[in-house]
Design a protein around this ligand. Structure first.
Ligand code: GLY
Length: 463
């Protein structure tokens, strides 16, 4: 938790963005795992935590823009709770930790909102993403659950996105700590990736490192020798020599919720073959070229297209693509191999603020999302600003079903050498991802450098 002044300053900034009405912030509750009393690990809503800092279930908060007041609501525990959970701070004590003196039991939240509604005041709320929150808001506001997203306040969404997009010094420090834990996770995976191991042994070990050093993983670990499936959560394969293993994993701070998101791809057994090295070096070049281009003012879609061109040029060099590189990328032919975006915002959510709407976070009036296969999946396209924390994660994948479909359709035959691509259908995939801070003068790769070149990875894997 940060000091109370930080939370007060964040709320003050929101007061300056939105001048009238009342914003309501339901915190998250517990979610049942297999029966009500057996719950998933509690995870607070990120925006609630950003403004109100308290990561406990069953709280709610209000910012009253008309009267310039902030309120926190939640029930104090009774003896039954104390027996099972131990003594807990009162809501007044929790409020004090984040600079709020207007505190009340949870029923006060409902009473406040009902009174505001009765007076015809504007109620701002963010689009809910959990069923429990939807039901609560639906009951309170009299809006059908299916209509809540459309009824959410665009002013509040824009205000929150504006504030949360720019990371302050203390936020960057938290993210950087999480990247340093990711360093341990990834170098451990490198050391463990010997033939005969089952993916699950490695995935479980690195998840344990996250839990032991920071908090939960920031998203379910992606770890597979079938890296051509972009988000592969199946960990049942025995890893074998000749395969590349994609490890896309990060963690989040138990206390402040800031995250990391790193990908490394390594050769099982520790030595890159010539063919693996050729593809790997193209992806590495795309990663490095993209990072070198990151600076304030550049649209991130331009950086994405630079990475796409680096990939197309590299694939042309080894005979998998052909023709004019710029024309190939403009047409979208590279997306056979790089069918996703270069990266996304990162912060308290690994895809930061995605629940508020990807286009509010990653696009604006100037930069409209592309409709072209591949580039359409870019989550962040708009101009970069100092304080943004973003991922850079180019990849090359050989997806047999996609190759088969495009070949059958004769798609981009002027740019793709399908005969040669056929011989890579057993290759898998490669992705290399870092977390980058946009600075006033350019950028900084966050955290302790995680082995990334062929030589660095082979050295760690050798032990
Ligand atoms: N690293 C996982 C993702 O960006 O979705």
């Amino acid at each position: 938790m940060f000091n109370p002044e930080i939370y007060a300053k964040r709320r003050k900034s929101l007061h300056n963005e939105i001048k009238t009405g009342v914003a309501i912030f339901p915190g998250n509750g517990e979610v049942a795992f297999n029966y009500p009393a057996n719950t998933y690990h509690f995870r607070q809503d990120s925006t609630f935590s950003y403004f109100f800092g308290v990561n406990q279930p069953d709280l709610a908060a209000i910012i009253d823009f008309d009267n310039d007041t902030d309120h926190l609501f939640g029930n104090d525990v009774d003896m039954d709770d104390i027996i099972w959970m131990g003594p807990q701070p009162s809501i007044a004590e929790r409020g004090k930790l984040v600079g709020i003196t207007n505190t009340a039991q949870f029923a006060g939240f409902e009473a406040f909102v009902k009174e505001a509604l009765a007076k015809g005041r504007k109620i701002h709320f963010l689009p809910p993403y959990r069923g429990e929150t939807k039901i609560m808001l639906s009951d309170l506001l009299g809006i059908a659950p299916a209509q809540l997203k459309a009824s959410a306040s665009e002013d509040l969404i824009r205000g929150v996105v504006k504030l949360r997009s720019i990371k302050s010094t203390e936020e960057i420090a938290e993210i950087e700590k999480m990247v340093d834990v990711a360093y341990l996770m990834h170098t451990t995976a490198m050391k463990m990736a010997q033939p005969g191991k089952i993916e699950q042994e490695i995935a479980g070990t690195i998840e344990g490192i996250a839990l032991a050093n920071a908090g939960p993983v920031s998203f379910p670990v992606i770890l597979s020798i079938n890296g051509q499936t972009l988000h592969n959560h199946y960990h049942g394969n025995t890893i074998t020599e000749g395969r590349m293993m994609v490890v896309d994993a990060g963690c989040e701070s138990q206390e402040t919720l800031y995250s990391s998101d790193i990908t490394r791809t390594i050769p099982v057994g520790g030595k890159f073959s010539q063919r693996q090295r050729e593809i790997y070096d193209i992806v590495l070049k795309a990663n490095l070229n993209a990072i070198a281009a990151i600076k304030p003012g550049i649209p991130y879609r331009e950086v994405h297209l630079l990475a796409a061109k680096t990939i197309a040029e590299g694939l042309k060099h080894i005979g998998l693509m052909k023709g004019d590189t710029d024309a190939a990328v403009a047409a979208g032919a590279h997306a056979l191999f790089f069918p996703h975006g270069l990266g996304h915002m990162m912060g308290m959510d690994v895809h930061d603020m995605e629940n508020l709407g990807e286009n509010f976070v990653g696009y604006d009036e100037e930069t409209i999302r592309s409709k072209q296969f591949g580039t359409a999946f870019l989550r962040l396209g708009r101009r970069l600003q100092p304080g943004f924390v973003i991922t850079v994660e180019p990849g090359i994948y050989f997806i047999p079903d996609l190759i088969k479909q495009w070949k059958a359709e004769g798609k981009f035959i002027e740019f793709i050498n399908y005969d040669k691509v056929e011989s890579y259908k057993d290759f898998g995939g490669i992705r290399i991802e870092d977390d980058i801070l946009v600075t006033e003068s350019g950028n900084r790769v966050l955290g302790k450098p995680i082995p990334k070149t062929v030589e660095e990875i082979e050295a760690v894997m050798k032990g």
